[in-house]
Design a protein around this ligand. Structure first.
Ligand code: AMP
Length: 535
């Protein structure tokens, strides 16, 4: 078994700090991907929240932009915990606090976050950077397309100017590049982990070592940099077996090899040919787990964690879970596979030991822990496959329409280390999101096709909400598709059947010849007759 002491963890973190930087270009495409109109930012906000002078940024020199100096790794945790400074003249109790929020990102997940934040009683206003055309036109946030979210200095200065009292970071790229570190350092309450804590997603080796050290159930594994040793281990273990690149490899770094030869090929491609660059210069060879996959989400404040409702997505592009993997073609909540009993086992055996372990390593995690699990066939028990350090997309969409608590207060509690006092309220029924994607996705797809009838589609059934992931306006004011996954057509219902019925009614009302969708979202959880009706 690979060694798993603190020095290994810290060494792996150091390496990954460098690996993260290779993921930056993806995020810097946000602007070009998500933005076409120029009139979203109204500049309006009327904050009643102010910063205490102790939190003030003294000068811009105090801010280390992500572009320099964090190569030297040190797990500082959240030592610079912000005091969320409320204007004391108003004698605010938590529920009176009115906060201006900035959401970072511009996809469907961020649209859903804006929607839930905007609805929060304690929300004064929501900004979203860069946002997208749909977020802006729905009124769920004021979009700020020209704020460079990878430039911490600009983001901090925007926050100061607009009196932002909470920043919620959606995607992983700005997290791994250290945006949360800089915002927290500047005294701005930020929901999202530091770059060091984001290693839970950025390095599989780091995650596995943590599991090893803190007794978190996961597949048996060993880490290699030498191809011959890796192959010897594969020969000893036999197939099926799983080969994983250590770092972020755009979702392509995991090979589930059904034969030893396939596993050898994966090792060669990563360690010899270097197809994933530095992300694949270390490989994890892992025991093959057989069972059903499930996702589990928890909010974490550094020391405590609370579970979110269960949700399940569909990764494959085609009906019947066929075709290549995607970012997610639909989701539903709750997910029957995650029984109450199982959820409690996951909290006790996986989430809480992770949170405690990260704190013990001096690397407190604040944000969403999104655990990819395998419910093993042979034992019925959950094992951790992977961690993500942000909300899943599209699971976030179904969770946000079901959340009834004041999200602003919940996330501020996480930033303040006060989640142990929080309980979450959820609508009692179910929710489903059906993703509409551009023809060709996840391969090459066309951009610029016109989407019509969106407003009408939202009205075809009760409780329908369409979240935009990749839309812009054309010169005639039409919505056009600018990305792969473009819309998340979401509906609530008294049960999953009703949510399904409503979501598909709305999908069918959208007039978009350039797009497609899966017809069987929820099939594992729905009665067979309902699934049959769709086909
Ligand atoms: P990951 O990026 O680690 O979540 O892996 C991507 C996908 O590979 C997972 O969603 C699983 O379907 C599959 N996978 C990863 N690890 C294992 C494993 N140890 N056993 C079986 N399948 C796995």
């Amino acid at each position: 078994m690979a060694s798993s002491n603190a020095s290994t963890l810290s060494a792996s973190l150091k390496l990954n700090r460098c690996l993260y930087r290779s993921s930056l270009p993806c995020f810097s495409n946000f602007k070009t991907c998500c933005w076409s109109s120029g009139s979203w930012y109204s500049g309006h906000a009327n904050p009643r929240i102010i910063w205490s002078s102790s939190c003030h940024l003294k000068s811009t020199q105090d801010v280390t932009s992500f572009g320099n100096s964090r190569f030297v790794f040190k797990c500082v945790g959240r030592a610079l915990e912000p005091s969320v400074s409320i204007d004391s003249s108003q004698n605010n109790s938590a529920s009176d606090e009115r906060v201006v929020v900035l959401v970072i990102g511009g996809g469907g997940r961020e649209h859903a976050l804006c929607f839930a934040l905007q609805r929060s009683p304690s929300c004064e206003a929501v900004f979203c950077a860069p946002g997208n055309a749909g977020i802006s036109s729905s009124g769920d946030a004021t979009c700020v397309p020209d704020l460079d979210v990878l430039d911490s200095t600009s983001v901090i200065s925007f926050c100061r100017k607009q009196g932002i009292g909470l920043v919620v970071v959606g995607p992983e790229a700005p997290l791994v590049s250290g945006l949360a570190n800089d915002l927290v350092k500047a005294g701005i309450p930020t929901f999202g982990p530091s770059s060091e804590a984001a290693a839970l997603e950025g390095s599989k080796n780091f995650m596995k070592n943590l599991c090893d050290k803190y007794g978190i159930p996961t597949a048996k594994y060993k880490t290699f940099t030498d191809p011959s040793s890796a192959k010897l281990y594969i020969k000893e273990q036999g197939a099926p077996i799983v080969v994983k690149a250590d770092g972020l490899a755009a979702g392509k770094g995991v090979i589930v090899a059904m034969t030893v030869e396939e596993a050898y090929e994966a090792v060669d491609s990563m360690l010899v040919e270097g197809v994933f660059g530095s992300a694949g210069c270390k490989v994890i060879i892992e025991e093959y787990l057989e069972g059903e996959e499930a996702s589990f989400f928890a909010l974490v404040d550094g020391e405590n964690a609370i579970a979110l409702e269960s949700a399940q997505d569909h990764k494959r592009v085609g009906d019947g879970d066929t075709g290549p993997n995607t970012g997610g073609m639909g989701a539903y909540s709750p997910a029957p596979i995650l029984t109450q009993e199982l959820q409690s086992i996951v909290m006790q055996s996986i989430i809480l030991p992770t949170v405690k372990g990260m704190a013990a390593e001096g690397c407190k995690f604040v944000g969403v822990l999104y655990a990819g699990l395998m419910i093993e066939k042979k034992s019925g028990m959950p094992k951790l496959i992977e961690y993500n350090v942000r909300f899943g997309d599209p699971e976030c969409q179904v969770l946000m329409v079901r959340l009834e608590s004041d999200l602003v207060q919940v996330l501020l509690s996480a930033c303040r280390g006060e989640l142990s006092r929080v309980t979450l309220d959820w609508s009692p029924g179910s929710a489903m999101v059906v993703v509409m994607a551009s023809n060709g996705y996840p391969g090459t797809y066309e951009k610029g096709s016109v989407i019509q009838n969106l407003e009408e589609a939202e009205l075809v059934a009760p409780s329908v909400k369409i979240f935009h992931a990749g839309t812009a306006f054309d010169s005639d004011g039409n919505f056009v598709a600018t990305g792969g996954r473009v819309l998340g057509v979401t509906a609530k219902g008294r049960n999953l059947e009703e949510a399904h019925e409503r979501a598909y009614q709305a999908v069918e009302a959208v007039n978009w010849p350039g797009g497609f969708y899966r017809h069987d979202i929820g099939w594992r959880a729905l009665p067979k007759r309902q699934f049959a009706k769709q086909n």
